[in-house]
Design a protein around this ligand. Structure first.
Ligand code: ADP
Ligand code: MG
Length: 416
């Protein structure tokens, strides 16, 4: 293999035009005209870095000497759908060269939830510094990018608009292609940043502050909704229950911590039994939230062990239907793999119970690391890379679509 080996040290790798094989990646894959290769170390591995010339254009590429596979795609992902301003540069849809997240949690904490107007204003202040940091940490400039991807829905309208308008301005001034990404597709594909990432088809469960949905992921770009919450999202239930118990916002982590010391069988909270055609895989958490409120009104807000027991019992009532229905849906649709995604996927009991149930059903479970569960720019860049490879392009009329359902085309312009 003329492209060097893993143990090659910087300066020793040699690459000849036409010697690298690649899997796909558009027109560039068909024209291997590499030059100016040098060996550099990234993430402890030896890699070739080079410039590819074709039709007077110039692309930066990376090649892994072990895989003899060139990485041609560099996509910037921008996320601002709720209370995180985030940007990341992802190479080849698989490796995050940078991942910068500016969280507004401290700003919204005093109100016990996200205040949309404050969120938008803070995105305006943060978005440019966050994008600049993402580019500089990745060691690239706008001109090295292949595309710019941005969350264009669903989310808070004002918050989404900040990201969308920023991405449009960057794409316009750098003459780079622009791609609008559905936030939920981003969550589902965050798992692609793992080294042993699953390929579709798989059953995807997105559980976050704003969404709780099961998707039949047939291929990249083919997402079919199987079930979703009828009312509150699971993360929303966590945040509201935490507020009732006097715990800080966002409520997921404090409840998770207290629940570890509690007895999940102490209080039997209800599990919603949703009936009707096609409702088998739907969820509901608003009854559970009301049951916790009723319990607190009757018994008073517990402290010490009582608080831990209440948190553990609530957490069990969230994790139980989520895991049961995800496994059932995977088996029903003949999937071998299940992917958990979204902020609530960071929950220790949900992860543990999902592991138990997936194992006994003979399913392979893929759990993103905690930092990839909550909102980030890397997941948007990954989803953007796939959308770009599918040929999707947004124009300067790209709009923010607060109610965009994954699996349907983005609604036509209403804002922005
Ligand atoms: P959204 O995309 O809807 O803004 P995120 O994907 O950023 O939401 O997830 C935020 C949600 O995740 C919050 O509701 C938060 O309470 C919840 N969350 C974070 N960590 C945990 C945890 N360990 N257990 C349960 N919920 C959690
Ligand atoms: Mg999210």
């Amino acid at each position: 293999m003329p492209v060097g080996r893993r143990e090659a040290s910087p300066g020793q790798c040699k690459s000849k035009p036409g010697t690298l094989r690649r899997k796909s990646f558009g027109q560039w894959a068909a024209r291997p005209a590499f030059s100016r290769c040098r060996c550099v170390r990234t993430r402890g591995r030896c890699r070739l870095q080079g410039i590819c010339f074709w039709k007077k254009a110039r692309r930066l590429f990376w090649a892994d000497p072990d895989l003899s596979e060139a990485f041609l795609m560099l996509v910037l992902g921008i996320e601002s759908s709720c209370d995180e301003t985030a940007a990341s540069v992802v190479q080849d849809g698989r490796v995050a060269l940078s991942d910068v997240v500016s969280s507004q949690i401290e700003i919204h904490r005093r109100y016990g939830g996200v205040v949309p107007e404050l969120a938008s204003r803070n995105h305006v202040m943060q978005v440019i510094p966050v994008v600049e940091e993402a580019l500089s940490k990745a060691g690239v400039t706008l001109s090295d990018l292949d595309a710019i991807a941005v969350t264009s829905g669903p989310g808070l309208i004002g918050a989404l608009l900040v990201g969308v308008q920023t991405a449009k301005a960057l794409a316009w001034c750098s003459q780079k292609p622009l791609v609008g990404v559905n936030h939920l597709e981003g969550h589902l594909l965050a798992i692609r940043l793992l080294e042993d990432a699953p390929e579709p088809p798989f059953m995807g469960l997105v559980v976050s502050g704003g969404h709780t949905s099961l998707f039949d992921v047939r291929s990249f770009g083919d997402y079919r909704p199987v079930g979703s919450t009828r009312d509150d999202a699971a993360g929303e239930a966590y945040d509201k229950v935490a507020k009732m118990l006097g715990l800080p916002y966002p409520g997921g982590l404090p409840i998770d911590r207290l629940a570890k010391e509690g007895n999940p069988k102490a209080i039997r909270f209800p599990r919603a039994n949703i009936k009707g055609d096609g409702a088998e895989f739907d969820f509901s958490f608003s009854g559970l939230k009301t049951a916790v409120r009723a319990w607190v009104e009757k018994n008073g807000c517990p402290e010490g062990q009582g608080l831990c027991d209440l948190c553990a019992s609530f957490q069990e009532a969230v994790a139980d239907p989520l895991t049961r229905k995800a496994v059932l849906a995977a088996r029903r649709l003949g999937h071998q793999k299940v992917v958990l995604a979204g902020g609530v996927a960071a929950n220790s009991r949900l992860r543990g119970l999902m592991q138990e149930r997936a194992r006994s059903a003979g399913l392979s479970l893929f759990l993103p690391p905690i930092r990839l569960c909550t909102d980030n720019g890397a997941m948007i860049a990954v989803a953007g890379t796939h959308a770009f490879l599918r040929g999707e392009r947004a124009g300067m009329d790209l709009s923010a679509s607060p109610g965009w359902h994954l699996g349907t085309p983005q609604p036509r312009k209403t804002f922005g």
